[in-house]
Write a new protein. Structure first.
Length: 166
């Protein structure tokens, strides 16, 4: 069974733009169901990004997501090292501040890719970022996924792959 590993923007964009908590209740009910069924997970770094804001999204996550939804990244250091090595090999392409931001220990992007690398045949990263291989001032998740053999998609593609309707 594939497990979808969701980025911060899965929650943040849904909450702020596409599926407001007070309007699109069926979307958020589906997120709860998918989380409880183990079809979607995320990591502790994403939790930190969401929980730094004292808002309705943080409160919703605290109340509705299973205790084991946000996975511990301290066990995936070998995979993180693989991602960091790839990033370092791209120092001729990306600007130093782009690489520093991508590899910042508190930023989720590199850790999400590392978590997906634990089982790249079953883990699919869910992000709203788009591939921009020529961009130099920002390392984009899809470009790192492509280079490291990690599957990725956006929220709508994930829902279609899962055959979900609501």
């Amino acid at each position: 069974m594939s497990v979808y590993v969701v980025d911060s923007n899965f929650f943040i964009q849904a909450h702020r733009a596409s599926y407001p908590l007070d309007v699109a209740t069926s979307f958020w009910s589906k997120v709860i169901q998918l989380a409880e069924d183990g079809k979607i997970v995320s990591i502790d770094k994403v939790k930190n990004e969401i929980f730094k804001n004292e808002d309705d999204l943080k409160q919703w996550c605290e109340i509705n997501l299973p205790d084991n939804f946000f996975k511990d990244t301290s066990t995936i250091i070998p995979q993180y090292s693989q991602v960091a090595t790839w990033a370092a090999s791209k120092s001729g392409h990306y600007l130093p501040n782009a690489l520093a931001e991508f590899l910042d220990a508190d930023e989720a992007d590199a850790w999400l890719i590392a978590y997906a690398l634990v089982d790249p045949t079953q883990h699919i990263l869910v992000t709203h970022e788009l591939s921009e291989p020529n961009r130099k001032n920002k390392v984009k998740i899809p470009d790192v996924c492509i280079a490291n053999g990690v599957q990725y998609c956006n929220t709508i593609e994930m829902l279609r792959q899962l055959g979900e309707r609501f």
